[in-house]
Design a protein around this ligand. Structure first.
Ligand code: ADP
Ligand code: MG
Length: 407
């Protein structure tokens, strides 16, 4: 019998992590076996660009993610490498850099800085050095949140190796601050919560206004989550994402004067936007319009999910995509084509771009059993239009970051 809350990893997962441990030995040499951790990625089904506007979102963790192998050292060196960049980055724990180096290592380093600063502030002794190797089977930079995956996974690993006694939320918040303050992306709270608070078989309902969470079961026997990677690199993602955050802040500044109780854009009634629209920059008005309708749609999608109505859920996703395309302007032709193609598949309930957009992936809600038909149809349409095949995957859920027992 499986104890509630305990997850048994598949043989395939354990073998992947064991192979990662071998890479660790190639990188750092023999010695005590490293400890191994897995941290999932996430896909967001409902609530596009709502987290930094205080709205609700409904993501779920997926069974692809970041692998971490780590071993304690007897000195105070911190050495980090990635299977994607084998060059070992070495720092002294007593002289950690205070500014980012604009490389992948900023993500885990930001978490190390967060946690060591907290220790120093509380007067606790600073822990010993570590050798760490990252890797994984999650597409990077594709909107499946490899960045939050590596950050939350690092917090979980450090908590364990340094015996910090952190709560789940402490780890989520350390990951969030690392990405926001050290890496410098003005990201919302969704990604680290989606990963750090994951529960298999559920969508996470996260209300980003008060950070409250609920677990909503998703019927995996009836529904599949299919993710299609356009392969379009999100070159503009970081700068355009920060621009959307600024535009929403500007729109809220204008609209709040006509809605005194509002504390974020999520709170602005549609009538207020309509009455102020004439005196607003049309771009700001469009951004606000997306957010206001998207909040309503996300509540509707929640009702459809609870009522077991996948057609309703899929309809919300497709409407969300249209709004992200036309009002929020974060789509691209490749994403639009995949959503259009999904609309013609009888086994697909709906689709939308997932993550911040500007390339990356779409998520399609599919009737369980119809995945192959939908995949073939998406691939054929995409190939016809763009002359290459997109990567299509069916993701299952995941219980969240954890140590993998592999010995
Ligand atoms: P996303 O979160 O959608 O995957 P981001 O641009 O936010 O895209 O984050 C991707 C970045 O995260 C990568 O460019 C890299 O710097 C870092 N990263 C994530 N996972 C790893 C990993 N396993 N090894 C090295 N760097 C990683
Ligand atoms: Mg990211």
């Amino acid at each position: 019998m499986v104890t509630p809350g305990r997850h048994t990893d598949s043989r395939a997962r354990i073998e992947q992590l064991a192979a990662h441990a071998s890479q660790f030995v190639e990188c750092y040499g023999p010695g005590q076996a490293p400890r191994l951790f897995f941290s999932p990625g996430r896909v967001n089904l409902f609530g596009g660009h709502l987290d930094y506007n205080g709205g609700p979102v409904m993501p779920t963790a997926i069974d692809r993610g970041t692998f971490i192998a780590a071993r304690s050292r007897s000195d105070r060196l911190l050495r980090m490498a990635s299977a994607y960049d084998r060059q070992v980055v070495e720092t002294d724990l007593d002289q950690l850099p205070s500014a980012r180096v604009s490389k992948w290592v900023d993500y885990p380093l930001g978490v190390v800085l967060e946690l060591t600063t907290q220790l120093a502030e509380s007067g606790s002794a600073l822990p010993g050095g570590l050798d760490i190797l990252y890797g994984g089977d999650l597409p990077i930079g594709s909107g499946l949140s490899s960045s939050a995956s590596i950050c939350v996974g690092t917090a979980v690993m450090l908590d364990s190796l340094w015996s910090l006694g952190l709560s789940n939320l402490d780890r989520v918040r350390a990951a969030l601050r690392a990405e926001r303050h050290f890496v410098g992306v003005q990201c919302g709270i969704m990604d680290p919560y989606a990963i750090g608070c994951a529960r298999a078989g559920h969508l996470l309902w996260l209300d980003c206004k008060d950070e409250s969470i609920e677990y909503l079961p998703i019927d995996g026997a009836q529904l599949s989550i299919l993710v299609t990677n356009t392969g379009v690199q999100r070159a503009l993602a970081a700068s355009e994402f920060n621009r959307r955050v600024d535009q929403c802040a500007q729109a809220f500044d204008i609209l709040r004067s006509a809605s005194v109780e509002a504390t974020c854009l999520r709170d602005i009634p549609l009538e207020v936007l309509e009455s102020e629209r004439g005196s607003m920059d049309p771009v700001l008005a469009n951004r606000a319009e997306h957010v206001i309708h998207e909040v309503r749609r996300t509540f509707e999608a929640r009702e459809f999910l609870l009522a077991g109505n996948p057609e309703g859920m899929g309809g919300c996703m497709t409407q969300t995509h249209e709004s992200l395309r036309s009002l929020y302007e974060v789509s691209c032709p490749e994403l639009d084509l995949l959503v259009e193609a999904a609309a013609t598949c009888s086994g697909a309930f709906g689709a939308r771009l997932t993550g911040a957009g500007f390339g990356g992936c779409t998520v399609t809600l599919v009737r369980r059993g119809d995945e192959d038909e939908v995949q073939a149809s998406l691939e054929a349409r995409f190939e016809e239009e763009f002359g290459r095949c997109p990567q299509v995957d069916v993701f299952e859920g995941d219980p969240g970051p954890r140590e993998i027992d592999w010995a």
